[in-house]
Design a binder for this molecule. Structure first.
Ligand SMILES: O=C(O)CCC(=O)C(=O)O
Ligand SMILES: [Fe+2]
Length: 284
């Protein structure tokens, strides 16, 4: 049977979404952002994206090669888009799926990455990878620590470079590579998202079109006790953070990870207090 990624509507129950997600390692959620939210987000993003050079370089040549050429990237989106911070980051669907998948393994979850990836004409397929491999020191096997997604900000078609996913690969032995026939392009209308586990093999696809841009947002969460890929609380200074809803601050890692009830401890305290309370009280 050819591999597929199952599709569910954003109005389905959380269970209807997590069942295929846990079974196949990925699921497509249709209409995650409604037309109005999508249009407002794209409008807010347009000037930010326009100001990014496709030639910018990152931390080191390996990271540059990972993202590839002909891509414009807006990183740390929470600090650059109010709509993201208030409406997308705090979206109920992500909260529900994070609770179901990561909840048993932590006290609270946090935003790991929010990056817009505009893959221009000629952008080549990314190397296949598992997002959770950034935490290479974490012994395997381990419980789920990451929930990742790519939100389509334009219609995702295979030739435009829709994210390629290898369904079932979250259960493969680590050394097994995906063959081309095991990859499924996450074709979906703008506003939909492919949600996948940190252990699922995937990659941004080749943009084989002559003049179209594949704009999508990579957004992932991780358990609250793990170091995040993007340093969210330095990307978003406290003076901006103070104006955001508490839930956004918690997800940006400003809150302490309080595992005391579970018999653990307290992580990320400032002055032995929860920084989210200090921020809200204007003391940070
Ligand atoms: O852009 C995509 O489709 C995937 C991006 C991705 O997998 C990543 O940056 O880790
Ligand atoms: Fe990835």
């Amino acid at each position: 049977m050819p591999a597929t990624v199952q599709r569910v509507s954003a109005s389905s129950s959380i269970e209807a979404l997590t069942t295929p997600l846990l079974a196949d390692g990925a699921v497509i959620v249709e209409d995650l952002l409604d037309a109005d939210l999508l249009a407002r987000f794209n409008t807010e993003l347009a000037p930010v994206l326009a100001a990014v050079s496709p030639d910018r370089t990152y931390l080191n040549p390996l990271i540059d090669a990972f993202y590839g050429k002909r891509i414009r990237q807006v990183v740390g989106v929470a600090a650059k888009s109010r709509i993201f911070a208030e409406e997308i980051l705090c979206h109920d669907l992500y909260a529900g799926v994070c609770d179901a998948v990561l909840g048993p393994n932590c006290s609270t979850v946090q935003l790991n990455v929010a990056q817009v990836m505009d893959r221009g004409p000629g952008a080549e397929q990314q190397m296949l990878h598992r997002d959770e491999d950034v935490w290479v020191h974490l012994p395997k096997p381990h419980p789920e620590v990451q929930l990742a997604s790519v939100i389509a900000l334009v219609d995702f078609r295979a030739e435009l470079g829709a994210t390629l996913v290898a369904p079932g690969s979250h259960r493969w032995p680590r050394e097994r590579q995906a063959t081309p026939d095991e990859l499924v392009p996450a074709e979906m209308p703008a506003g939909s998202a492919v949600i996948y586990l940190g252990s699922t093999i995937h990659a941004g696809g080749t943009n084989a079109t002559a003049d179209e841009h594949r704009c999508g947002m990579h957004m992932s969460f991780c358990v609250g006790w793990l170091r995040t890929e993007e340093n969210q609380y330095l990307s978003m200074p406290p003076e901006t953070a103070r104006t955001l809803p508490r839930r956004a601050l918690e997800l940006l890692g400003y809150s302490a990870h309080d595992a005391i009830e579970a018999g653990g401890g307290y992580l990320g305290a400032v002055d032995l207090l929860d920084p989210v309370q200090l921020i809200q009280a204007g003391k940070l």
